[in-house]
Design a protein around this ligand. Structure first.
Ligand SMILES: [Zn+2]
Length: 191
């Protein structure tokens, strides 16, 4: 799947919206992206995760590790395609930890998987966690929207790299054109 096909899939499922949005950060943007909206269709999740699984097929991965909550679906599907285990880490008291009886075994080859990489912080913590006992073979995500800021000392693969423009409300060209801004997740239109 090429980048354009992935983008078409995001638009078709409403994972990528075009318009004028107020993001959680308070910044304005001509786009809104919510990866879960494409992943809610298991057949599209399979198509996107196949690109990741194919990329790491020869790496002989033993376990896919992902951060809860967003990474779980992608981690599970990539592991299914690779025929290996999937575990997820959760944030407890500010730290990513394995719970629920999940563990890395000595010598495991681990693939760290996320739905969307923004800063790479959570994945970085999972890499550190896995490396205490296992070997980390790489990092993969559906969308890298870090604009190149997320870097790992490992092979890093993204199905799509996407830069979403943001503006301070005072400088927003869409506001200047009088286009109403929509806050996703709320029913209120912001003036
Ligand atoms: Zn605006």
């Amino acid at each position: 799947m090429d980048s354009q096909t992935a983008l078409d899939l995001f638009r078709k499922t409403g994972a990528l919206l075009d318009g004028h949005f107020v993001l959680t950060s308070g910044l304005h943007s001509p786009n809104y992206f919510q990866c879960a909206r494409v992943l809610q269709y298991p057949w599209y999740a399979e198509q996107l995760c196949t690109v990741i699984a194919d990329h790491f097929q020869s790496a002989k991965i033993d376990v896919v590790a992902s951060p809860a909550v967003g990474g779980i679906v992608v981690g599970q599907e990539v592991a299914r395609l690779l025929g290996c285990r999937a575990v997820f880490a959760e944030r407890v008291d500010g730290r990513m930890v394995l719970r629920r009886g999940f563990e890395f075994d000595k010598g495991d080859k681990v693939l760290c998987v996320e739905d969307v990489v923004t800063t790479g912080g959570s994945i970085g913590e999972i890499i550190d966690l896995a490396r205490t006992i296992a070997e980390v073979a790489g990092v993969a995500c559906i969308v890298d929207r870090s604009g190149g800021k997320a870097e790992f000392p490992l092979p890093f693969f993204a199905v799509l790299r996407m830069n979403i423009e943001t503006y301070n409300p005072a400088d927003c060209p869409l506001c200047k054109r009088g286009i109403p801004a929509y806050k996703p997740g709320s029913r209120n239109l912001q003036k």
